[in-house]
Design a binder for this molecule. Structure first.
Ligand SMILES: *Cc1c(COP(=O)(O)O)cnc(C)c1O
Length: 495
């Protein structure tokens, strides 16, 4: 059986159900598998399999304490007609690359891939572990996780979901998606600060033992829907395997041929899932880690020095406006050869001094990664160019990835077949996408949606269609040191 340990060392060991319930390790580390399961089938034999079948193979490997029946039930409830593409994650060729479209779920961003299944994995875990407490999901969001978590957990029995988003720095569409969320157990707050402030404050609550006691006395336990939760990371591994199988199916690659994976990166969850896919058997040549102007990861990959002493920019790819990239901690752990004490030291340095330098062994491991970034100008140009040449419409995040992919190809001459993670519908960031494809000024983001539709004919995701007229149900705006109080208020309102 695969068990889970903390990236920061220690003896805490959990099965996957326990790790999913708890979210984060007791010493503030992240849960990592103690060994990597190997794919139970050859990649070439997967080429005709459905998304659900491939997801099952991956989940069964990592969540080995769940029964097959439990996993199949979770998968069937998650990946159904909620997705507006029957393949769930279509692979589309454009601009010489293959776009893995991960945004056809309810909230039109890739977070749905994992957050459609996490509530089912969690409620199953509660039953398996005979947990009698109610679970309070605390979530910091840079825009997309919030809505995907709210919609996944809305009205799920024995859970409360509380989301904190930065008041400045999410798109109008993202904000309205969250503030209009229905469901008796949903709570949403804007915090005066940026995503890092929100994530740091949430992590602090997780580490607050006396608050945990206070909640326990009221019958509550905290958990997380951020990609620090292993229950969110594992489902994301599946779509990289799926993409590979579909490339074999259409004859784009031969089984065993390495591919490059290009990922627009913020909290390092999506690209870490690709790395895990390699560890269980996916042939990957290079992981191309694409950043926006907040290019801390580009610098880290190039130098081995992680330095957060820099300005924070609000960009037109807000879901990647992050300086403290949580899941990098997991990569450090694996590259260091599972040295928990070493990772603990690096994370303490980051907290205290806001920078650290990785060991030579970690730097060596980083050579599998290529780090690049695209500023807003390059991002908008990429959207315009690919629409012109191929009539393929990208959102701003995907465009960051495509732009970095192009510069990588030019600089390296590497012709390896590449899969680009396409992380959101262009309509979610309509006010940036519209001018990039030559449309004029509109007064609000919702008008841009109509205009883009008229010009491109690309289907508007159903969750965004009537968003404009939806009633606002959440209006809380708080200071960045008031999260604890907000959690208390949210839970009190439920008694
Ligand atoms: C969250 C998000 C990202 C970044 O993904 P990470 O897993 O945090 O690296 C990129 N694009 C979009 C649209 C997102 O919502």
């Amino acid at each position: 059986m695969i068990t889970y340990k903390s990236t920061r060392g220690g003896t805490e060991t959990k099965n996957s159900a326990q790790a999913i319930i708890q979210g984060i390790a007791a010493n503030k580390g992240l849960f990592v598998p103690d060994s990597m399961p190997k794919l139970a089938m050859k990649l070439e034999d997967m080429k005709d399999m459905t998304y659900q079948e491939i997801a099952f193979l991956v989940l069964a490997g990592f969540l080995s304490d769940y029964t097959s029946e439990e996993l199949k039930a979770c998968i069937d409830e998650a990946y159904d007609e909620k997705f507006e593409a029957k393949e769930i994650a279509p692979v589309v060729k454009a601009g010489g690359a293959y776009f893995l479209e991960l945004y056809h779920g309810r909230t039109a961003a890739f977070k749905d891939m994992a957050l459609s299944i996490l509530p089912h994995l969690l409620t199953t875990a509660l039953k398996k572990e005979k947990e009698d407490k109610k679970i309070v999901i605390l979530t910091a969001t840079s825009g997309d996780t919030g809505k995907a978590a709210l919609s996944g957990f809305a009205n799920v029995k024995n859970t409360e979901i509380i989301v904190f988003y930065p008041s400045e720095g999410v798109s109008q569409v993202q904000e309205k998606q969250m503030t209009s969320q229905e469901g008796v157990n949903t709570h949403v707050y804007a915090i005066k600060g940026n995503f890092d402030d929100a994530q740091t404050a949430v992590k602090k609550i997780f580490a607050d033992a006396s608050f945990a006691q206070e909640l326990l006395a009221k019958g509550y336990k905290l958990s997380s829907a951020n990609s620090i939760n292993i229950g969110r990371l594992v489902p994301q591994i599946a779509y990289f395997i799926y993409a590979y199988a579909k490339l074999i199916q259409r004859g784009a690659i031969k089984a065993g041929e390495p591919i490059n994976v290009v990922v627009p990166t913020g909290n390092f969850g999506n690209i870490l899932a690709a790395y895990y896919a390699k560890l269980i058997g996916l042939p990957v040549h290079r992981f191309i880690c694409a950043s926006n102007k907040n290019k801390i990861l580009t610098d880290f990959i190039n130098t081995g020095i992680y330095d957060a002493r820099r300005d924070f920019y609000v960009t037109n790819s807000p879901s990647m406006d992050i300086l403290i990239s949580s899941n990098l901690e997991r990569l450090l752990y694996h590259l260091s050869g599972n040295q928990g004490t070493e990772v603990q030291g690096l994370m303490e340095a980051l907290e205290k001094n806001h920078h650290y330098e990785a060991s030579d062994q970690i730097k060596d491991g980083l050579k599998e990664f290529y780090g690049g970034f695209a500023d807003e100008k390059a991002t908008n140009e990429a959207i315009g160019e690919l629409y012109q040449s191929d009539h393929y419409l990208m959102d701003t995040h995907t465009a960051v990835a495509y732009s970095v992919y192009k510069s990588y190809r030019e600089a390296s001459g590497d012709q390896t077949v590449s899969v680009i993670a396409s992380t959101a519908s262009a309509y979610k960031f309509a006010n940036s996408v519209a001018p990039a494809i030559g449309l004029g000024h509109e007064d609000d983001e919702f008008a841009y949606i109509e205009k883009i539709h008229e010009k491109t004919g690309v289907q508007i995701p159903s969750g965004l269609k009537n968003l404009k007229d939806k009633e606002v149900r959440h209006r809380g705006v708080i200071e960045k040191d008031q999260l604890l109080q907000a959690v208390r208020d949210s839970l009190r309102s439920r008694h």
